[in-house]
Design a protein around this ligand. Structure first.
Ligand code: FES
Length: 193
């Protein structure tokens, strides 16, 4: 099992981080959305770019973000350590963010978490427990990298994970027969032309 934690002893040392020209251009585009002197408002987006470039957020990447935005490094660490969207140690190719808040818990997130933990090897999959992902109506939900997989049970979760393992990309969204959060099997109202 490979849970994502921020335990400092598990964090490898990274000597240097520098934005590539491509990521730097994206960061500057984000910063330009804010008035002069307010560039710190772009911190979450710029941290996200640093994480996408590196795969995770070593301290040197947070320092580079702080420098770019003219912020004290501690202000950037505070943000990066608060939000679960930032990973402070390397992760597998697919990060399974399992929601265990009440609606997902009532709909079986314990079993989903157990199955994700069993699949997590730290290389293909890593797992992280998160609070409400905001898709409770389709509980239980797991966010896998940038996509939500919803209405899961152990069987559909296994299918999703097997597809990723085999190099495919399973269709995100509900894993039962419904469109977004519409009733299972199709609409029950407003059906006439
Ligand atoms: S409780 Fe899981 S998405 Fe809201």
């Amino acid at each position: 099992m490979s849970m994502i934690t921020a335990d400092p002893k598990d964090v490898p040392h990274v000597e240097h981080f520098e934005f590539t020209p491509e990521y730097l251009a994206k960061a500057q585009e984000l910063i330009a959305n804010y008035p002069p002197g307010r560039q710190a408002s772009a911190v979450i987006g710029v941290l996200d770019l640093a994480q996408r470039q590196q795969g995770w957020l070593p301290r040197v990447a947070m320092d580079a973000v702080a420098k770019l935005l003219g912020m004290a490094p501690i202000r950037v660490y505070e943000i990066a350590t608060f939000y679960t969207m930032f990973q402070l140690r390397p992760k597998g190719r697919y990060l399974l963010q399992v929601c265990t808040t009440t609606p997902c818990w009532l709909r079986g997130s314990d079993a989903i978490m157990k199955a994700c933990q069993a699949a997590a090897d730290g290389e293909t999959f890593s797992v992280q427990e998160v609070e409400c992902l905001g898709a409770c109506v389709n509980a239980p939900v797991v966010q896998i990298n940038d996509d939500f997989y919803e209405d899961l049970d152990e069987v559909s979760l296994k299918k999703v994970l097997d597809t990723f393992k085999g190099g495919g990309t399973p269709k995100p969204g509900p894993q039962i027969d419904r469109q977004t959060s519409a009733p299972e099997g199709g609409p029950t109202t407003l059906r006439s032309e």
